[in-house]
Each structure stands twice: as structure tokens, then as C-alpha cells.
Design a protein around this ligand. Structure first.
Ligand code: TRH
Length: 418
């Protein structure tokens, strides 16, 4: 291994010594890169749902495909991984997925040697990495760059914590906090280099959205409706919103992934909410979609006029779709999530008063007796304005660079650890 501080991490002309550890043959590099890629190991524990693996998988792919990094992804829940990436074999201990070495992380008892340790080690969301791996890290010369990739929030305190060192209490190791965020004092957001161009090409093609949605049974008539994607937690006031759309003067097509929306969706459909199920009542048509691979989820967001998103990763993707969106934030104890929600709503210019009012109500951050129908009507009238402001917000975000590049740049600045 070579000191990360001495290597030009984001320059694809780098060349490392041949004794680099943990560079499995299964890793591919792009033609412009040397055969000795920087290695990075990413540890992901799936707490629930799809966001943990969604974020880690996106980062792994970008580091490998755009930066030529030899990535190993340790993940404890291959079934969740398979939901967003169907080529994953949920029974394999080790596998190559799109040039990334995927290891099934079964427990904390792994035995590791210094030679197993990557140049950069990233733990996602402070997951405890195996003690044996940490010990092996401490035995490396030089020791790896160790980062804790934290969760996304627009709260200003992250700016003071981003890149802060945290020395290990016993071992000669230092871990650094790395925070995603919405300005240059943070690590920025995940963004693949070609994404905006792909989106623009999709939107410029008059057939792209209808061809994409046709695979889910969406008809040409339904394409003329206001198209809404709905990805949220069960606590959202979905039934009230459905009632508002049903009574609306404009046709609404709501596309909801299988398993999302709970009773409100099954009640509306009058049948189980399995992929392919659909029903129309009044002005509203609801269609249940299968869970699509991650890149197709972007297309779904691009194809819709309004997106309801949740958690962290779909929330970020909605911002790169640059369409009006309502965020259902992951619920936390003592309504901590309301603080985070409000921090974001006061940061983005696209959070107009009408959008903010609906977002607060959607997240239960306002009192009882809220008239969801009235809030929706106000926001609907404001959609052209919100769409314009969403493009302004995108320009602000683009100026921060992308998280994968910022992470590698930061790793390059970490002092040598010999
Ligand atoms: O699934 P989420 O609610 O995930 C999380 C977790 O709950 C996690 O513990 C918590 O830390 C985090 O939220 C804040 O929402 P999220 O983050 O939007 O992740 C969903 C992922 O699933 C995202 O990568 C997009 C992807 N996805 C698909 O690939 N296909 C689909 O059809 C859909 C609907 C989503």
C-alpha cells in the first residue's frame, strides 16, 4: 500500500506499486487507467428498507466506473441489494457485480491480515466494522484512510463536523467524518458524471417517457394526465391525497412501487397491491409498479411531473430530476426528523410556501385538521414556479461537486499514516 496523501487519487494517470493489497482480479479498470487501481472497501449494514444499500451501491459503482477505484463492498443484506440490482445473487458469499467485488458480510468474526486492507476504508453510517479488520488496519504500513460516511442533512452543524478526525482510543488509527450535504462546506451529493446529460436526452426525446412507462401498462391517455410517482412511508396521509386527486378537475396518474402505500393503496385498488394492479376512480388512476433497478428509478422520476420521495437516496435523486417533489423524511424519535425536514425546506429555493405547507403536512409536522386537498390545490397551481426554481436549485448543487469525487479528494489530503 502507498500513502494516500502521496497519490493523485482522482487523476487516472496514477500508478501504484505492485504490492498493493486487496486488489482482487475481479476488479475491472477502464482502459485509461493503469492495472494498479487504488483500493477502497465500503462496509454497509442495512438497517432497513433500501436506502443504506442504495447509497452504498451508488457510491461503489461511481468510484469503480468513473474513478477506476478497485472497490470491495461488504453488505449484510443481499436480498435488499437484489431489489435495486436484480443481477445480485443473494446466496453468494463473494461475487463480482458490475466490476465491484461484493462480499456477504455475515458477522463480526472475520479474520483479516494487513494485506486484506484497502487503501481507503469507508464505513457507512457508523456501522461497526469487524474488530479483526480494524486490527488489521492498525498493522498496515502505511495505515489506510478511514472514513465514516454519515447521513444527509441540511442542518448547519454538519459543516463544523465534516472531515473532523476521531482518533481510535487504543490503536494508532484516526477515523474521519465525511458528511454529504448541500454546500461546499460539506461533501456534496452523489451524482454520476453523465446523469444530467442522460436526463436532458430523455426529456428531449418525445417518446422516451411514454416508451418507458408503457412497460408498466401506462396508456397514451394516461400519459396526458398529471403524472406523479409515490414513494413514501406508511404514515403519510395517502388516503387524503388520493381523495383530493380523485375529486380533482385534472386527471392524475399515480405510479406507486409494489409494497408502498399500505392500506390506502389496497383500499383504492380494491385488490392486493401487486405489480400490475391498477384502478381508476374519478380523476385518479393508480398503477402499481414493480420495484425497478436503480437506474430505471431515475427514469421514473424524470417521466413524472411531481415526485413523492423518501429517506435519503430517492430524496437526492428527486433533486437531480429537477422536478417538483415532496420529501417524506425517515421518521426519528422525538420528531428529530422534523428539524431536518425544516432545515432542508428553508435551504432549497424550490421549497415555495405552497410546497412547504404540503411537505410539513405530509410529514405530520403540522397540527391536526389539515386540509390536504387545499394544500395540494395550492401546490398544483404553483407547479410551474416550483419547476423553474428546481432548476435554479440544481445549479447551486452542481457547484458543490459530487460526493465520490469530493471523498477521493479529501482522502488525498489525509496525512501519511506510517
Ligand atoms: O428505502 P428508504 O426508506 O431507505 C432508507 C432506510 O430506511 C435507511 O435505514 C435510512 O437510513 C434512510 O432511508 C434514510 O429510502 P431511500 O433512501 O430513498 O432508498 C431507496 C432506494 O431504492 C434508492 O436507492 C432508490 C431505490 N429504488 C429503486 O432502485 N427502485 C425502485 O423502484 C424504488 C422505488 C427505489
Amino acid at each position: 500500500m502507498i500513502a494516500a496523501a502521496k497519490m493523485p487519487l482522482i487523476d487516472d494517470t496514477y500508478c501504484l506499486p505492485s504490492n498493493l493489497p486487496n486488489t482482487p482480479e475481479m476488479h475491472s479498470t477502464t482502459s485509461s487507467q493503469t492495472s494498479h487501481a487504488i483500493s477502497l472497501t465500503l462496509f454497509c449494514k442495512v438497517v432497513d428498507n433500501y436506502g443504506d444499500i442504495g447509497i452504498c451501491w451508488r457510491l461503489a459503482r461511481q468510484l469503480a466506473h468513473e474513478h477506476g477505484v478497485a472497490v470491495t463492498l461488504w453488505v449484510d443484506d443481499l436480498a435488499s441489494f437484489r431489489s435495486i440490482c436484480p443481477e445480485v445473487d443473494s446466496s453468494a458469499d463473494v461475487q463480482d457485480v458490475q466490476g465491484i467485488a461484493v462480499q456477504h458480510w455475515r458477522d463480526q468474526n472475520g479474520v483479516f491480515a494487513a494485506g486484506d486492507v484497502a487503501d481507503i476504508v469507508v464505513e457507512f453510517f457508523a456501522c461497526d466494522i469487524p474488530p479483526g479488520y480494524i486490527k488489521a488496519m492498525s498493522e498496515c504500513a502505511p495505515r489506510p484512510v478511514w472514513l465514516n460516511l454519515e447521513g444527509l442533512t441540511a442542518e448547519t452543524w454538519v459543516e463544523g463536523c465534516h472531515t473532523l478526525p476521531s482518533p481510535h482510543p487504543q490503536l494508532p488509527l484516526t477515523k474521519y467524518f465525511f458528511f454529504p450535504g448541500f454546500n461546499r462546506r460539506t461533501g456534496g451529493l452523489q451524482l454520476e458524471s453523465g446523469l444530467i446529460a442522460q436526463r436532458e436526452a430523455f426529456l428531449a426525446d418525445p417518446r422516451a417517457a411514454s416508451d418507458f412507462l408503457a412497460q408498466f401498462g401506462v396508456t397514451e391517455t394516461e400519459m396526458r394526465a398529471l403524472k406523479v410517482s409515490l414513494f413514501c412511508y406508511p404514515q403519510a396521509p395517502i388516503a387524503a391525497l388520493f381523495a383530493a386527486w380523485q375529486a380533482s378537475g385534472q386527471a392524475v396518474l399515480c405510479l406507486v412501487p409494489e409494497g408502498v402505500g399500505g392500506d390506502a393503496v389496497t383500499d383504492f385498488l380494491g385488490q392486493p397491491s401487486t405489480a400490475g394492479a391498477h384502478a381508476t376512480r374519478g380523476a385518479l388512476t393508480v398503477r402499481v409498479l414493480p420495484f425497478v433497478p436503480q437506474p430505471d428509478y431515475d427514469k421514473l422520476l424524470w417521466a413524472c411531473d411531481v415526485n413523492f420521495v423518501r429517506g435519503e437516496d430517492s430524496f437526492v435523486r428527486a433533486q437531480w430530476a429537477a422536478k417538483p417533489f415532496i420529501w417524506h423524511i425517515y421518521p426519528q424519535d422525538e420528531n428529530l426528523h422534523h428539524v431536518k425536514l425544516k432545515a432542508f425546506l428553508s435551504t432549497s429555493p424550490a421549497a415555495t410556501p405552497s410546497l412547504t405547507a404540503l411537505a410539513l403536512a405530509w410529514n405530520g409536522a403540522t397540527g391536526d385538521g389539515i386540509d390536504i386537498a387545499a394544500l395540494w390545490r395550492n401546490m398544483q397551481a404553483d407547479l410551474p414556479n416550483i419547476a423553474r426554481l428546481s432548476m435554479d436549485w440544481e445549479r447551486v448543487l452542481l457547484a458543490n461537486g459530487d460526493l465520490a469525487t469530493n471523498l477521493l479528494k479529501f482522502a488525498e489530503t489525509v496525512p501519511p499514516r506510517v
